[in-house]
Every structure is written in C-alpha cells, then in structure tokens.
Design a protein around this ligand. Structure first.
Ligand code: S3P
Length: 204
C-alpha cells in the first residue's frame, strides 16, 4: 500500500480546534463526538452544516445538483465554519470524506492553523463500517459504490489525507482507544474528572 509511513504527531496543547479528515467510514463523526465529550469542547460535522444551509440531505444534494453542486455547498459551509472558528474556538470538526481532497478546502483549513488528524484504517475495514452503518442506521453514502470503486477512490485520495498534521490508525481499535491516543498525541487537556473515568472499550 502507498506511503504507510507514520507521521510524527506534534503536540499542540494550545490548539483552538481540531479537524478530523479521512475516508468514508474512518470514524470522523464517532471519534469526533467522543473526543469533544472528553475535552468538554463542541463537536461539529461539516455535512450537517451543509444540510442545514441547503435545507436538503446530502444524498438529495447529490441527486439534484450532482457532485459539483455538493462540492460548491461544502466549500461555502467550510468557509463559514473556519471563520467562526476564529472567534468561537474549542471545536472538534469532522469533514466529509472528500472535503480535504479539494485544493481550495485544504487551503482554507491550512489558513485556520488548527491541527488536522487523518483517521485511517485498511480499506476492507472502512468498507465494512460503511456497510454496517447503512444497514443499522440507514446512512447512505452517494459515493460508496462497489468495493472495487471504493478502494480506488481511497487510494486516489490517500496522498491528500497524508497532508494532515498526523495520521491516526483506527483499525481494530475502539473509539475510546482512539480518543485517548489523539489526546495524548496532541497533548490536550482533558475535562477535569474524565481522566480517571472508566472508558468503555466497545468496537465499531
Ligand atoms: C463524501 C463523504 C461523505 C459526504 C458525501 C461525500 C466523499 O461524508 O460528505 O457523501 O466524497 O467521500 P463521510 O466521509 O462522513 O461519509
């Protein structure tokens, strides 16, 4: 597999926010929510903002306006969010799987000077998680396609994700384990009392 080098995390105890990037099924929303909970920060999913602004669900945007229309809406939502982050920090943000891949979005994120974390896993595991979410929660992803197409898209995007501040492996780990590793890597301060709270070790 291409470039499986481990990037060395840089500790950023004073970070104003954290942005999670990675492919579909990487756990950006689940990890983001749990991370925000541990830190006492707020969590935001960029796709939710896109849907609010558009008054339509993501699959509807893809269906009615195509991927081009979705990317336009996504960029506008990210611009708004990055502006807010300047005055209302302490936010964990999960980007949709294609957002960080777009050059103009990567530029916006870099200008915001907040650490970015690439949540990664093997492609079979990412596929399995997406399929499970579709079955259990009815989450449909317009770009999931076949396993073959899914794998190709992942490989094509991976070099972009690797531009994040660091890569966090999520394969075979529980959400709680990932959260602990991210907090340690960035040297962030946990909400008082949470450090000793017993964490549940549930898998995906
Ligand atoms: C997309 C991933 C989705 C969503 C949209 C496009 C992509 O988000 O933004 O369907 O291009 O990979 P998740 O990564 O949360 O599934």
């Amino acid at each position: 597999m291409l470039g499986r080098k481990v990037q060395k995390p840089r500790r950023q105890p004073g970070a104003r926010g954290v942005i999670l990037v990675g492919f579909m099924g990487a756990g950006k929303s689940s990890v983001g929510r749990a991370l925000a909970e541990q830190l006492g920060w707020t969590f935001e999913d960029l796709d939710d903002r896109v849907e609010r602004r558009e008054g339509r669900k993501v699959p509807e945007i893809f269906r009615d306006s195509g991927e081009v229309g979705f990317r336009r809406a996504e960029h506008a939502a990210l611009k708004e969010l990055m502006r807010e982050l300047q005055s209302a920090p302490k936010r964990i943000v999960a980007l949709g799987g294609g957002a960080f891949v777009q050059k103009e979005n990567a530029r916006l994120v870099a200008a915001g000077r907040v650490p970015t974390i690439f949540l990664d896993a093997g492609v079979e595991e990412l596929w399995r998680r997406c399929r499970q979410q579709a079955r259990r929660e009815g989450i449909e992803r317009p770009l999931r396609g076949s396993l073959e197409r899914f794998g190709e898209l992942y490989e094509a995007r991976r070099r972009h994700y690797l531009k994040a501040s660091f890569r966090q492996e999520t394969g075979g780990k529980s959400v709680a384990e990932i959260v602990t590793e991210v907090i340690e890597a960035l040297g962030l301060e946990q909400r008082r009392g949470d450090r000793r709270r017993e964490q549940r070790g549930e898998k995906w």
